[in-house]
Design a protein around this ligand. Structure first.
Ligand code: CP
Ligand code: NVA
Length: 295
C-alpha cells in the first residue's frame, strides 16, 4: 500500500506498525525485503530521511537505488507517466521527496508499486509516525493513553505541522497548535475537538511535549525576512519551556535553525530528545516498510 498522507493510515494500522518496531530495533538484519529494489527520488536535500531509509532497506535485505531527478530523463522532459511505467518494470517501491505534492499524486496515478512520501510541501508522514512512537517511548505510555498528555506544536503550519495535525486527529490526541494567525491552515477538516489551533503563546502551559520546526521550510527562502519578524515571539526558548511541565520533552524534526525557532540551550538541554527522535526514524521506518510492502 501507499503512504502519501498520514491520513492513508487508520489508528489500528498505526498501532500495528508500532507493535512491529521493537523487532526492528533489536535485530539488525532481518531479510524481509530480500530481492526488493526500492527507488529513491529526492528533489530536495535530506540527511535523516534519506540515510535512515537507505540503511533501513539494506538492513531488511533490500536494495535502495538512488535516482537523482537530474539523471533521470524527467530532467529532459520525459513525463511522469512514462517514467512511472518504466519504474513499474524495474522496481518494487518508490520513495519520493518532492517540491510539489502533486508530483507524488501524479506518480501514484501510474505506479503499481508502493509509493512513500518522504516529504512534500504538504506533508511529512514518515516523520510524524516515527515521532508519535518516540513520544510513547519517552512518556512510557501506550497509544490508548496518548490522549492523557498535552502535545504542543509551536511555529509554522508547514508540512510537518500538517501531518502532526492529521495524526493528532487520527489518534485522538490532546494537541494544541500555536501558530501566528496569518499562517494558520485555512480550511482544515478534523473531527477531534481536542485538536486546538491558536495564536496564544501561553497555550503552551502544562505541555508534556513541545514540538517545533523551522519557520522557513525548503523552498520558502525568499520569505525569510518577513517570516522571521512574524514568528519571533514563537521561539522555543527557556522562558517558553518554563511554562511547560518540568518533565516536558522538546522535539524538533531537524534540521534546526539554531537561534531562530529554537535556542541552543533548549535544543542541547536536558529536556531535548531530538537525537533519539531522529534515531527512531530508522527503526520505525523499517517497520513501516515491512507493513506497507505486505499490505
Ligand atoms: N527531519 C527530516 O526529514 O530531516 P532531513 O531533511 O534531513 O531528511
Ligand atoms: N518543514 C521543513 C522540514 C524539514 C525536514 C522543510 O520542509 O524544510
Amino acid at each position: 500500500m501507499n503512504l502519501i498522507s498520514v491520513r492513508d493510515l487508520t489508528r489500528e494500522q498505526i498501532k500495528e506498525i508500532y507493535s512491529l518496531v521493537p523487532k526492528y530495533t533489536e535485530t539488525k538484519l532481518i531479510l524481509q525485503l530480500a530481492n526488493r529494489y526500492i527507488g529513491l527520488i529526492f528533489e530536495k536535500p535530506s540527511t535523516r530521511t534519506r540515510i535512515s531509509f537507505e540503511v533501513g532497506i539494506y538492513q531488511l535485505g533490500g536494495v535502495p537505488i538512488e535516482l537523482s531527478d537530474k539523471q533521470l530523463q524527467i530532467s529532459r522532459g520525459e513525463t511522469i507517466k512514462d517514467t512511472a511505467n518504466m519504474l513499474n518494470c524495474y522496481l518494487d517501491g518508490l520513495i519520493l521527496r518532492v517540491n510539489k505534492h502533486d508530483t507524488i499524486l501524479e506518480f501514484a496515478k501510474y505506479l503499481k508499486i508502493p509509493i512513500i512520501n518522504a516529504l512534500s510541501d504538504k506533508e511529512h508522514p514518515c516523520q510524524v509516525i516515527s515521532d508519535i512512537y518516540t513520544i510513547l517511548q519517552y512518556k512510557k505510555i501506550s497509544l490508548d493513553d496518548l490522549a492523557k498528555i498535552k502535545f504542543v506544536y509551536i511555529g509554522d503550519a508547514n508540512n510537518v505541522c500538517m501531518s502532526l495535525i492529521y495524526i493528532s486527529d487520527i489518534l485522538g490526541m490532546n494537541s494544541t497548535f500555536i501558530i501566528p494567525k496569518k499562517y494558520q491552515p485555512k480550511s482544515l477538516q478534523v473531527n477531534n475537538k481536542n485538536v486546538i489551533i491558536t495564536d496564544e503563546i501561553t497555550a503552551v502551559k502544562g505541555a508534556d511535549v513541545i514540538y517545533t520546526d523551522v519557520w522557513i521550510s525548503m523552498g520558502q527562502e525568499k520569505e525569510q525576512k518577513k517570516r522571521i519578524k512574524i514568528f519571533k515571539p514563537y521561539q522555543v526558548n527557556s522562558k517558553l519551556l518554563n511554562l511547560a511541565k518540568p518533565d516536558c520533552i522538546v522535539m524538533h524534526c531537524l534540521p534546526a535553525n539554531r537561534g531562530m525557532e529554537i535556542t541552543d540551550d533548549v535544543l542541547d538541554g536536558k529536556n531535548s530528545i531530538v537525537i533519539k527522535q531522529a534515531e527512531n526514524r530508522l527503526y520505525v521506518q523499517k517497520a513501516l516498510l515491512v507493513y506497507l510492502f505486505s499490505h
